[in-house]
Design a protein around this ligand. Structure first.
Ligand code: ATP
Length: 215
């Protein structure tokens, strides 16, 4: 199983943000994107997730049976800056929605909503409206969403921004467990994520368009 990006270029507005970007992540591997504000980390994550169209290049996922998928978003969890939860719905209603919406893939086992809440250290409050929770609690429940429907690839944008120290550790443990099960992680961050053996890709921002990029 692997995730591969080949010769990617992406543009935002009039600007070419990066070009000639390639990487390959095998089962159990993690790639952390670093770089200053505006350097293109979120742009790359959104291209890989299929939420933005690349200017050039390709992204593909090959599963354990050797089947290659061009629509990486369908086999991925994407966690952006926002948590993608409705404030008025309870935590349980939000997670139940995502479980139904995402379904299961690859026949992998997933956990119940209560088990997911326990896994993120917040059992007993899933009856509360999501909007009542603190920023860190909301982020933890966004991690719970990663657990209730299996996806082999996790694409995470500044996942620990609102977390306290125990939240940071919890995040690292969840990612570690995912990688131990063969999962792949691609994450953008400004702070250490504590992911052992993760590779780093430093984004430079504003590529200068070389010959052939716009063809
Ligand atoms: N919708 C848009 N239209 C035009 N330019 C955009 C758009 N969205 C982002 N950009 C620009 O693309 C560049 C890359 O933005 P991106 O969000 O990928 O950076 P980032 O590395 O994730 O930044 P940060 O660390 O601040 O989250 C920035 O210069 C930004 O202004």
């Amino acid at each position: 199983m692997h995730l591969e990006a080949a010769n990617l270029a992406a543009r935002r507005g009039e600007d070419l943000i990066f070009e000639g970007l390639s990487f390959r992540l095998e089962s159990g591997e993690a790639l952390v994107l670093t770089g200053k504000n505006g350097s293109g980390k979120s742009t790359l994550l959104r291209v890989v997730a299929g939420l933005l169209h690349q200017e050039k290049g390709s992204v593909s996922f090959t599963d354990s049976l050797g089947n290659t998928h061009g629509r990486v978003g369908e086999i991925s969890h994407y966690l952006g800056h926002r948590n993608a939860m409705k404030s008025e719905l309870t935590v349980a209603e939000n997670l139940d929605f995502w479980r139904c919406f995402l379904g299961d893939s690859h026949g992998a086992s997933t956990v119940s909503i209560d088990e997911a809440a326990e896994a993120v250290g917040l059992e007993g409050i899933t009856h509360l409206p999501f909007g009542y929770l603190s920023a860190g609690q909301q982020r933890r429940f966004a991690f719970a969403k990663l657990l209730i429907a299996h996806r082999p690839v996790w694409i995470l944008d500044e996942p620990t921004a609102a977390l306290d120290k125990s939240g940071d550790r919890l995040f690292a443990e969840l990612v570690e467990a995912h990688r131990c099960n063969g999962g792949i992680v691609l994450a953008a961050t400004h702070q250490p994520l504590g992911l052992e053996g993760a590779q780093e890709l430093r984004m430079a921002g504003f590529a200068h368009a070389g010959p052939g990029v716009w063809e």
